[in-house]
Ligand binder design. Sequence first.
Ligand code: ATP
Ligand code: MG
Length: 251
Amino acid sequence: MSTTPQGQPLVSMRGIVKRFGENVVLDGVDLDVFPGEVVVLIGPSGAGKSTLLRCINGLERISGGTIEVDGDQLSYQESAINKIRSRIGMVFQSFNLFPHMTVAQNITMAQRDVLGRSADDARRRAVELLDRVGLAEKADAYPDSLSGGQQQRVAIARALAMDPAVMLFDEPTSALDPELVGEVLHVMRELADEGMTMIVVTHEMRFARRAADRVVLMADKQIVEEGPPEQVLDHPTSERGQAFLRQLSEE
Ligand SMILES: Nc1ncnc2c1ncn2[C@@H]1O[C@H](COP(=O)(O)OP(=O)(O)OP(=O)(O)O)[C@@H](O)[C@H]1O
Ligand SMILES: [Mg+2]
């Protein structure tokens, strides 16, 4: 885990408002994430966690406020958004691997198309990353032949292959059978230990306690608590935070 945040935030959000039609789903969210920090986002369903992540890489367009990634303000011209997206890796609940491509091809495609790497360089990087997520022997397998946990580790390797400055995870283990959750969290913990900047939406409170530098609790369109894991998870001060955590502990 990193120590006290230093320097410029890698991701800086100010006064983020997001509306879908008339429906306000983010209402004035401020959040800074510093290099090497691991921020775990928790909160009840519908709080706006996924929407916030999707706003960071421009998958959703904000209705108000500003987002900076590594000093560049997010705007929606194609070249600007592509530049910002190239620095952000995203891992979703569903792995979204291409079934007709091998694992290695899934990992090399964007390296070649977006970063212009040679086939050899891209393959080398893919193999290196597969080794890192414990799947060195699966380079030439097809996604269908892998378990959900293995597919999600491939998806993590695919995101890392772009050398992102920050990794966003939206409930990366929610679609997995319980016995496969641990292997994915293990890879994520290693990434965190290696100093990757991460924003992670998860219901895995053990991961939050062990890996997070900061837990951010969203409820009802806003951030209602943030701080070190023990503070937020064990001593929430807001009524909404207390209600959410009480409900969690009763599950
Ligand atoms: N594309 C969309 N169009 C309209 N409304 C949307 C859209 N995406 C999300 N919303 C609404 O925005 C609100 C926040 O949704 P979001 O998915 O961000 O919540 P969440 O905190 O990720 O919830 P969960 O824990 O269930 O994943 C919800 O009321 C949802 O219905
Ligand atoms: Mg969500």
